[in-house]
Structure formats: C-alpha cells, structure tokens
Design a protein around this ligand. Structure first.
Ligand SMILES: [Ca+2]
Ligand SMILES: [Ca+2]
Length: 421
C-alpha cells in the first residue's frame, strides 16, 4: 500500500513571537507569558503570541486542527476506497485495506484471477471476484475443463450403429441399410406388406426413398410411430382393414407424393396432425368412410396437385392453414367426383393454386368456401356439378379477379337458373 498526501495550507496570522513547540512553557524576561495561559500544543503545533502580547494560540502543522492541534483531520471522508475497501486514516494521507479479490491504491482493480491461465484444453477463463470460471471447449468438462467428455456415453447411434468418440462430437458407423447422423434414416424404399415388415419399420425415423403400404390386411400402422420424414413418396392404398392413421403422429414431411386412396374402413385422418409439408401431390381418393379432413390442420403447402375425389366428405374443413397448392387443386374428377360434397368450406387460408378443377360433385351448391383465393395461375375448369349455380362460378372469378387467372376458363353443366345470395 502506498500513502497519498493531501496538502492543507495553514492560516497565516499576524505574529511577532514564537514560543516554540509545546506551548504554555516559559515566556521571556519574567514578564507575562501568554502561551502559559493556553493548553499545550500537540502534534508538533507551535504556540504563537499575538502582537498585543496578551493572547496566544496554537499554529497547527498540516493535517491537524483544533485549539491544541489535537485533531487528526480525517482523510477518509468521503471514503476514497472502492469496492468496500476499508480506509485507514493517516496524516494528510490514507491507506486502503482492500477486500479479497481487489487491489490498487483505492482497491479499484479487480485482481485478474485468470492470470495463471488455469483453464485446460482450450477452455476460456472468465474472471470474477477472488474467483474464476472456465468455459470449456466442446468435448471437455470439469471445473478446469480437465475431463474429456465421452460423447458416446449414452450411445446416440441407433439400429446397432457403432459410436466413435471425437473431440466435441461423435460419429456413428451404421449397419446395413441405415444412414444418417444417428443411423436413424432407413436408406432406400420401404414396402410394408405385413405385420413383420411393419414392425421392422419401427427402426426408421426417416425413410430416404418411398414408403408403400398397399393392399395389406393391416388394421393400424403402429410400426410407423417413429417416422418423421419420408424422402420419397408415401402411398397408403387399398388396405381393406385399415382403421386409422394414428401411428403417423410425428410425421412432419413427405418430400414426394402422399397418396391415401381406397382404404374402405379408414374413418379419420387425425393421426396427420403434425404433417406440415407435402413436396409432391397430396391425394385423398375413395376413402369412403372418411367424413372429415380434420387432422390436416398443420398442412401449409402442397407442392404438386391436391386431389380430393370420390370421397364422402360434405365439406373441406380441416385445411386450416393450407395457403398454396403448387399444382392443380382437383376437387372431383369427371370419372368419379365427391358425391356428398356440398361446399368448399374449410379453405379459409388458401391463397394460390396452380389450376382449379371442380368436376362431378353432384351435391355441390356453393363455392363460397374458397373466398380467400387470390390467384389461379393455370386453368379454371368447372364441369358436371349439376346443382352448382352458374352465378357461384361467376362470383368466384370475380373474387379472384379475371386478371389473376393465368389459363383457360371452362364452365360446363352448371345450373343457370339457380339464384345466388
Ligand atoms: Ca488524517
Ligand atoms: Ca478477479
């Protein structure tokens, strides 16, 4: 610690006599001694007699005050020591007794506890007060980053893959037809034909190729419960006993086409609640017991055609967030059509379609459900909808705007006499 001085200037006074240190001592010549009449000066103060000879006072050295210079002027007010350091008063000076972790004349310096580079293996030292912490590089742990982490400890490799530990990571050496960071991807196509092949599919979080479930006797698809993504197409067709798609509850994306067709006992699509993207076409055809598209609530876009044909649906409720259809939106075909479809209710978020084809829907009486549609880049083709008022089609064209229909407009077999609201 170092001392800091503070210069204090004494008052100058009119003086003629100095009695020397100690004051109150003997005066001169047996006469009156004014210094004897005041208390002795302390701390090096000297008695000074005023020029009238009748009175005296103490002249204090710098750093002291008071009638007898008995007061050491505090150099600690206000406290010059920072960070809760304790101030020790001196004579025109002070020293600071610093709290642990601080240094400097005024305890203003937070001691660098990282100076000795205590963190190992590339860890970064973070200084604190009388302490430090280490931020470890990937692959290391411990107070000083002294421990190498075994990234393979919890064996992240699926399906019999072998884990190889590295600095800050791991790699999996996969067996057989598995690929991916954790061997979670089944490479190639997957054909589910029976309970055995369905059970084997449980190993797949993703299938890089096509998944085909066609013509089986399966009732449920529980072996697909880990499936998150299909890199190719997903076809679920002609499964006469299939009741639901609940096993597909974490399926998020089908990069190719997704076809659900002619599953005669399939009653709902609720298992598709996390499906967001279909890269190719999405087709629901001939699943005659399905009466609602509830379950498609997360589908935002369909890259190819969206085909709804030969179903028992009365409306299209379920597509709550579907905004774009890259290809044609086919609502019924001339060959089949949706016999029970009465309205397009449920398309409230749909903005853009490639083309729009509405054919063979014998009960369809209104197109008002497509009210948010802003653009049809291809053809608009309406035909064979016997009870559909022609004015409903005119109103749709009006809403989209004739300039926002890129292709040909064909309207056949609508009801010219029916009245629109
Ligand atoms: Ca002092
Ligand atoms: Ca420190």
């Amino acid at each position: 610690m170092k001392q800091h001085g503070t210069l204090i200037l004494g008052l100058s006074m009119l003086l003629i006599t100095s009695c020397g240190d100690g004051g109150g001592g003997g005066g001169g010549g047996g006469g009156y001694d004014a210094c004897a009449m005041i208390p002795a000066c302390q701390n090096g103060g000297s008695c000074q007699v005023f020029d009238d000879g009748g009175s005296a006072r103490c002249d204090c050295p710098a750093g002291f005050e008071g009638d007898s210079c008995e007061i050491n002027i505090s150099d600690c007010r206000p406290n010059p020591c920072e960070n809760q350091g304790q101030c020790i008063d001196g004579v025109q000076a002070y020293t600071c007794d610093c709290k642990s972790g601080f240094e400097g004349d005024n305890c203003e310096v937070n001691t660098d506890d990282c100076a000795a580079a205590p963190c190992q293996n590339g860890g970064t030292c973070v200084d604190a007060v009388a302490a430090f912490t280490c931020r470890c590089a990937a692959g290391f742990s411990g107070e000083l980053c002294e421990t190498a982490v075994d990234e393979c400890e919890n064996n992240p490799c699926r399906n019999g893959g072998t884990c190889v530990d590295g600095d800050g990571g791991y790699t999996c050496e996969c067996r057989g037809d598995f690929v991916g960071t954790n061997c979670e991807i089944c490479d190639g196509d997957l054909a589910v034909v029976d309970a055995e092949s369905l059970a084997a599919a449980e190993a797949c979080e993703e299938v890089s190729g096509d998944v085909t479930i066609d013509g089986t006797e399966l009732v449920v698809l529980d072996g697909l419960r880990n499936l998150k993504r299909v890199g190719g197409s997903l076809v679920i067709a002609r499964n006469a006993q299939l009741r639901d798609l609940n096993a597909l509850i974490i399926l998020r994306e089908v990069a190719g086409d997704f076809v659900v067709a002619d599953n005669d006992l399939l009653s709902d699509l609720n298992g598709l609640g996390t499906l967001r993207e279909v890269g190719g076409s999405l087709s629901f055809e001939g699943n005659v017991v399905v009466t609602s598209l509830q379950g498609l609530a997360a589908v935002r876009s369909v890259g190819g055609d969206l085909v709804i044909d030969a179903t028992s649906l009365s409306d299209l409720t379920g597509f709550f967030v579907l905004g774009t259809v890259g290809g044609d939106f086919v609502i019924g075909t001339a060959d089949r059509g949706n016999e029970a479809l009465e309205s397009l209710a449920g398309l409230g978020a749909l903005r853009e379609v490639g083309g729009l084809r509405i054919h063979g829907n014998g009960a369809l009486g209104s197109l008002a459900g497509a009210r948010s549609l802003e653009s049809i880049s291809g053809d608009l083709s309406v035909g064979g909808n016997a009870v559909l008022p022609t004015c409903e089609v005119d109103a749709l064209i009006e809403r989209v705007g004739p300039d926002d229909i890129g292709g040909e407009v064909t309207i056949e077999d609508t009801d010219d006499d029916a009245v629109c609201e």
